[in-house]
Design a protein around this ligand. Structure first.
Ligand code: PLP
Length: 407
């Protein structure tokens, strides 16, 4: 029987809660029962926010900078954001061409809800970050999911993009480095996509660059507005401090794009949050304009962890994982496990069954690939210390070795 309609907004009633948060809640429930769990679910660095950033926030509190700020963000922070876009992305923008929101997530949500109507379509390459389709759903528009397979490095090809565009297409969402695959688009891949977009002038581009600073082995990062300046007038380039400066809880994201869009986002934000936390904005200012060594150090640590995890996973019979060029996720193919039975008697029919059995029976939490639009895979976030990662890999190996063929 359907759940009773309690008068929810229709679009919200159809939206799914985040699969990542669902898994995190399950981990919390198991831990509350006293079970030892190693969680590879959370999309956040395990480091402390850099000391000078924390200090800037304390100083802001002590100096009484605790009042409302301008809706689109403190001018000093917007200047630092503009300087960041120039320094790191070659985007010449003024501070007025930027916006600061409560997390990168709110930049995305503001942009989508400011522009989408029922009947509009948003192209989302899969595997995708879990929130994109749900954000689109909340606006009443339609997410057009374009599958990107492993052979293409989980990346959208120009042909697939061209085939997905319709007269209703409003946005294309790009995310590089990607959550959940860690895939990074090269300049030539972005140029190929840009050529298709130039031929379709009505399509807006949302470039989610939140993992910009986490690319490995010298793989360079490029954002589409930099690669093809003719797309600037219809691209929202979005970023934030969460992943680069270990500041997930501070909730500061920012973006640059066409003025008409930023103004609409500001209007929305003005009626919604009135702007991001003043203390967090001062902290983000210190992060963007202070010493940048932390970013490079974090990158080195994640690259080492990636190598550790990918090597271990590929040595496990039944699992396969290519070495991701960025972010802090490994996207592990687990099709060989489907159809097997665990020692507790659970038949693994899909990747969600695999993730749940691995958690319940071996104490390792992951998120199933189909939650990101492509199964059967498991997403492993390797934002944990080496010992925990080794223990998790040992448990995953034991789990795989203990599976039996179903009779
Ligand atoms: N975009 C992607 C791809 C993410 O993975 C995340 C966070 O997990 C975000 C955006 C949102 O980041 P923030 O913490 O700044 O809201």
């Amino acid at each position: 029987m359907n759940a009773p309609n309690r008068g929810l907004n229709h679009f919200l009633a159809e939206a799914k809660p985040s699969a990542t948060y669902k898994m995190i809640d399950r981990v919390a429930a198991l831990r509350a029962r006293g079970q030892q769990i190693i969680s590879l679910t959370a999309g956040e660095p395990d480091f402390d926010t850099p000391a000078h950033v924390r200090q800037a926030a304390i100083q802001a509190i002590e100096a009484g900078k605790t009042r409302y700020t301008q809706v689109a963000g403190l001018r000093e922070l917007r200047e630092a954001v503009a300087a960041k876009f120039k320094r790191e992305n070659g985007l010449e923008v003024t501070w007025q061409q930027t916006i600061v929101c409560s997390g990168g997530k709110q930049v995305l949500y503001n942009a989508l809800s400011a522009t989408l109507n029922v009947g509009d379509e948003v192209i989302i390459p899969a595997p995708y970050w879990v929130s994109y389709p749900e954000m689109v759903q909340l606006t009443g528009a339609t997410a057009v999911i374009v599958p990107c397979n492993e052979a293409d490095g989980f990346k959208l090809t120009a042909q697939a993009l061209a085939a997905a565009i319709s007269p209703h297409t409003r946005w294309l969402i790009l995310n590089s480095p990607s959550n959940p695959t860690g895939a990074v688009y090269s300049t030539s891949e972005l140029v190929a996509l840009a050529d298709v977009l130039l031929a379709n002038p009505k399509v807006l581009v949302l470039s989610d660059d939140i993992y910009e600073h986490l690319t490995f082995d010298g793989v360079p990062f490029h954002t589409i507005a930099q690669v093809e300046p003719r797309l600037r007038e219809r691209t929202l380039t979005m970023n934030g401090v969460s992943k680069a400066y270990a500041m997930t809880g501070w909730r500061i994201g920012f973006g640059t794009g066409p003025s008409w869009l930023l103004e609409a986002m500001e209007t929305l934000q003005g009626q919604q949050t009135s702007g991001a936390s003043s203390i967090s904005q001062h902290a983000a200012l210190a992060a963007l304009s202070g010493p940048q060594e932390f970013v490079q150090e974090a990158r080195k640590v994640f690259q080492r962890r990636r190598d550790r995890v990918v090597t271990r996973i590929n040595a496990i019979e039944g699992l396969r994982c290519s070495s991701p060029a960025g972010a802090f996720y490994a996207f592990v193919a687990c099709e060989s496990l489907i159809g097997k039975t665990t020692t507790a008697g659970t038949l693994l029919q899909n990747d969600e069954d695999v993730a749940l059995a691995l958690l319940d029976e071996h104490g390792v939490a992951t998120v199933h690939g189909s939650a990101f639009g492509l199964g059967p895979y498991l997403r492993l976030a390797y934002a944990l210390d080496d010992d925990s990662l080794d223990m998790a890999c040992n448990a995953i190996e034991n789990f795989c070795n203990s599976l039996c063929n179903a009779v």
